[in-house]
Design a protein around this ligand. Sequence first.
Ligand SMILES: [Zn+2]
Length: 148
Amino acid sequence: MEACDGRDAKVSSQKSVRNMKPGDEVYGIITDVMDSKALVAVVPISDDKRIRFSPGDTAALRVQDIADRYVKFVKDEFRVGDLIRARVVSTTNGIDLTTQGSSDYGVIKAFCSKCRNVLVLKENKLMCRDCERPETRKLSKYYLVTGE
Ligand SMILES: [Zn+2]
């Protein structure tokens, strides 16, 4: 009982991740995709731009919070392993994310669902160079790998 008084909370670097609040921007890796939500391992985007990864900080991104347009299934926009940029909307019942409302948010790096090669962004379309297959995602303007 007395070990839980929280006095040491401020000196633990682990706590910085759990201090996320609505409005904070995060990077995340999609770890699970269901019809109605994705689970995302999140990393806060700090002022010094360094990424501190703390495994176990899982957030939820619901299908209705993905895009400003209607999205039927999460898998139409995100796949497991994709790297995304998102914003925290709530921390009251776990961490909830959104990728709505700004072209900042969405996938910044994605992988071919067939061969797992990184997808290249060319003329606003994502493409696997090896499979020559187009794929669709909710794209961020910060998408990292662009074609020539
Ligand atoms: Zn491929």
